[in-house]
Design a protein around this ligand. Structure first.
Ligand SMILES: [Zn+2]
Length: 479
């Protein structure tokens, strides 16, 4: 299986699907049967017209910190947001999405996940972090888990991500072997999502060379793709961490590490290892950061380190509650992550609710950070800022890439309209996400995934999951 050239076959498939579905793509004036809504290129325009509420996340574009606009339009031209405002006219060749009664907002940035882990859903559900890792993840480093298995799990998870309105995903791949990493990457490319592939860099010259090749041949030519180098901080493996950090510097990309996720992690000397490896610097992405002291938070803030908060994972794995107000007070860049199979599903609305609810439950303070408005920002622009991608995505700012979602609040779980900003957090569900655009392309259209053979994906994921238990001895319940 080769890695290069995947984007071209995908476009052919998408084009074919679009040719069949062409006349069903949009509603409203000047509808045409051209397939170009999905396989757009130069100059294609999509007008999202008459949205009851647009959360631009840009205070310069709309009112208040979330940049709200009422009865407004968003114009996509090619892969970018051309204009946001009221009364935008359709000029020239254009498609119209009727957004009356709908909410338009940036797509979610899932700042931390392991997409292959859909294959171990239901595994080790009575375990804390280290028991779960020992039962469900660590054995796979000694297994021949294949490229096809990786593809099947990641393909399933990317569809789940699109369903919930994610437009950018950071996939920390354990890269059990080079074939696994290639299958993982192929599924990411086929998804149409904007993605950051965090390639776990085991200290092996062959792995390092493969990461260099992937960067050069796969990531760099793809405008939707970015690379990070994944590693793990501990004093026992500080040389490996330093080598991974050196590779990240060589390639000009960020390092991505799990940090202070569980109480037991403190015994690993993780902060000391990061210091000794010289890895504490702007761009470092630290996942979790649950068990950090005031002094360590000061240090991370001073070094410009971003943190991915994963509340559903922390709940499931009995990991603790991250100190979000203390991080926010120090202006640490904060985003939200789903953290893979530990969450059992990809639901960014549920993740936002958990982020808000955990702080309230711990403190008895309903106004404690994050508020619903805060968590909406964290789940979109906050994640983009932690990645250094806020110049490209995370808000509906003209000139940024066309990454957005359209939400239908006229549903039994969401209506009636009282306070839509709060309702997005407390009532939103993936089923309410009607459209998802990435880079100006529709990946979800009128509530349906575009160009995905869901039954085939489910079947292949089941086949892959059925092959894993022989490596995960005793980890799975008989049910
Ligand atoms: Zn993780």
């Amino acid at each position: 299986m080769t890695v290069t050239g995947w984007r071209a076959p995908l476009n052919i498939v998408v084009l074919a699907v679009a040719l069949v579905a062409g006349s069903l793509l949009v509603s409203g004036p000047r509808r045409t049967s051209s397939p170009l809504l999905i396989a757009h290129r130069d100059g294609e325009q999509v007008l999202i017209q008459g949205a009851s509420l647009v959360l631009t996340m840009d205070p310069k574009v709309g009112e208040g910190p979330l940049g709200l606009l009422h009865d407004a339009d968003v114009l996509l031209k090619g892969d970018r947001i051309a204009a946001v405002g009221t009364g935008l006219r359709d000029r020239g060749y254009i498609r119209v999405v009727d957004a009356r009664g709908k909410i338009v907002m940036p797509g979610f940035v899932d700042l931390h996940t392991h997409l292959w882990q859909s294959l171990i859903r239901g595994c080790g559900t009575d375990q804390e972090l280290n028991g779960w890792l020992a039962a469900c993840v660590a054995p796979l480093f000694r297994s021949p888990v294949s490229s096809e298995d990786a593809y099947a799990g990641v393909r399933l998870s990317t569809l789940d991500e699109i369903t919930t309105g994610t437009t950018t995903v950071v996939d920390f791949s354990h890269a059990f072997n080079a074939g696994f990493a290639r299958g993982n990457l192929k599924a990411l490319i086929d998804s149409g999502l904007r993605f950051v592939f965090a390639y776990y860099a085991r200290n092996d010259p062959a792995v390092f060379d493969e990461i260099r090749r992937v960067k050069r041949e796969v990531i760099d030519p793809d405008p939707l793709a970015r690379l990070q180098v994944g590693s793990h901080p501990s004093m026992a493996m500080v040389k490996d961490l330093a080598a991974a950090d050196a590779l990240a510097r060589e390639l000009g990309v960020a390092l991505n590490v799990h940090l202070a996720e569980s109480p037991a992690d403190r015994a690993q000397g993780q902060m000391a290892a990061l210091r000794q490896a010289g890895a504490l610097r702007p761009g470092l992405l630290a996942d979790h950061g649950v068990h950090l002291t005031d002094a360590e938070l000061d240090e991370l803030a001073g070094d410009g380190v971003g943190i991915a908060h994963n509340p559903l994972s922390n709940l499931r794995l009995a990991s603790g509650v991250a100190r979000l107000p203390e991080m926010h007070a120090r202006h640490i860049k904060l985003g939200l992550g789903l953290d893979g199979g530990t969450n059992d599903t990809s639901d960014m609305f549920n993740d936002m609710r958990a982020a808000v609810g955990l702080q309230r439950a711990m403190s008895y303070e309903p106004a404690r950070y994050p508020t619903p408005a805060d968590v909406l920002r964290m789940a979109t622009l906050g994640g983009a800022e932690a990645l250094g991608l806020d110049g490209e995505t995370g808000s509906l700012t003209p000139g940024k890439q066309g990454d957005l979602q359209i939400i239908d609040p006229h549903t039994i779980n969401f209506a009636p309209r009282v306070d839509w900003v709060s309702q997005l957090v407390f009532n939103g569900q993936p089923a309410n996400v009607e459209w998802v655009f990435v880079d100006g392309r529709a990946l979800k259209r009128n509530g349906r995934l575009v160009g995905a053979d869901t039954e085939r994906v489910l079947r292949q994921a089941q086949d892959a999951a059925d092959r894993l238990p022989e490596f995960l001895t005793g980890a799975r319940a008989a049910s």
